[in-house]
Design a binder for this molecule. Structure first.
Ligand code: ADP
Ligand code: ADP
Length: 228
């Protein structure tokens, strides 16, 4: 579902953010992305979201090569990728329902369909009863779950999370991880960037580890990726 083939990203001539990164995440796989600050985690996520393009190598999502994708197709590919941020980026001038509905408005869905999708997403994160509230009235853990509902409201096959538990205590973090696990069980490919070694160890999942732009653990060997 997500494939990196010998991906190198250089922001300027003497600064390599990612160096020949190879990995392949299957449909329904849940993996972590870790590494020191500056190791290249955000860059890797940005390449999947087509916010950056690789200097060399290829990035594929759902079998589609992103490198050669025309600019006008980028909004369509982004709809297939849900993103959860550490600070959840909710808008406090509207209800929980309206926050979750935001990604659906650009798709031209009917009000009926929007209502159904938003309630299905809120139901999945256990917040159906709070749709009319302002996110400001919710706890930090609940706000993060609203962010997750918004990320999955389009039913994306890929879910990316950038430090999703950065501001949460261990118990709430475990709840959020359980949600991600549930999405992976219905076929969503989930990649979670995190510094939280305790949490990563508790989960016991595949972990892609970056060190100064090199994928030093958790990658797919080049031969295996190509069935050699
Ligand atoms: P992480 O998310 O692991 O902290 P990043 O992907 O943000 O790492 O950064 C990897 C390297 O690329 C760092 O050395 C960083 O300074 C550099 N970098 C990130 N974004 C840019 C940019 N837009 N321009 C130049 N250098 C950048
Ligand atoms: P519908 O509007 O099609 O009835 P539902 O919310 O009832 O939608 O979801 C149908 C199924 O799709 C559920 O089992 C749900 O968990 C699953 N599903 C598949 N991909 C996703 C995703 N990215 N986000 C949320 N649910 C998903």
């Amino acid at each position: 579902m997500i494939e990196f083939r010998q991906v190198t990203k250089r922001y300027d001539s003497d600064h390599t953010a990612l160096r020949q990164v190879n990995f392949h995440l299957n449909r329904g796989e849940l993996a972590f992305l870790t590494g020191h600050s500056g190791a290249g985690k955000s860059t890797l996520l940005k390449l999947i979201m087509v916010m950056e393009r690789p200097t060399a190598g290829e990035v594929l999502v759902g079998g589609q090569r992103l490198n050669s994708m025309p600019r006008r197709q980028i909004p369509y590919i982004r709809r297939h990728i849900g993103v959860v941020f550490q600070n959840h980026q909710l808008l406090f001038d509207r209800t929980v329902f309206d926050n979750v509905a935001m990604p659906l408005h650009v798709t031209g869905a009917s009000p009926d369909a929007i209502g159904r999708r938003v309630r299905a997403a809120l139901d999945k994160v256990g917040l159906l009863s709070k749709e009319k509230m302002n996110p400001m009235q919710l706890s930090g853990g609940e706000q993060q779950r609203v962010g997750i509902a918004r990320a999955v409201v389009n039913k994306p096959p890929v879910l990316l999370a950038d430090e999703p538990t950065g501001n949460l205590d261990p118990e709430l973090s475990a709840d959020i991880m359980q949600l991600f696990t549930q999405f992976s069980q219905v076929g969503v490919t989930v990649l979670i960037a995190s510094h939280d070694i305790g949490l990563i160890n508790d989960m016991g999942r595949r972990t892609l580890t970056l060190d100064h732009g090199e994928l030093v653990a958790g990658g797919t060997p080049w031969g295996e990726q190509h069935g050699l």
